[in-house]
Unconditional design. Structure first.
Length: 94
């Protein structure tokens, strides 16, 4: 049922079927238009994001929100602050 959700995501490529069957129903598919903010620097973390298509840019206020790092399809982001239960250190833009 969730097989297509995992296509192209590196983290899930070698996981057993029971893992993807368990985590699939917990995921929400988002389609975020290019240029939209996913989260802001200082927001509290409550999600991890997996990129199926496109890319996101990480920016910080100190640098006038110019992108300093890009994360591409097949990768994920937002996990560090979620695990550490801290505020977001960067602004993520689609």
């Amino acid at each position: 049922m969730y097989k297509n959700v995992f296509l192209g995501i590196d983290l899930f490529k070698l996981k057993p079927l029971r893992f993807t069957a368990y985590i699939g129903p917990l995921l929400t598919i988002l389609r975020i238009p290019e240029g939209d903010v996913i989260y802001n620097e200082g927001d509290y973390a409550s999600e991890i994001y997996f990129i199926r298509e496109g890319s996101i840019a990480l920016c910080i206020k100190e640098c006038d929100y110019h992108p300093f790092f890009t994360i591409d399809a097949g990768q994920y982001f937002g996990e560090i602050e979620l695990i550490k239960e801290t505020q977001r250190k960067y602004t993520a833009i689609a």
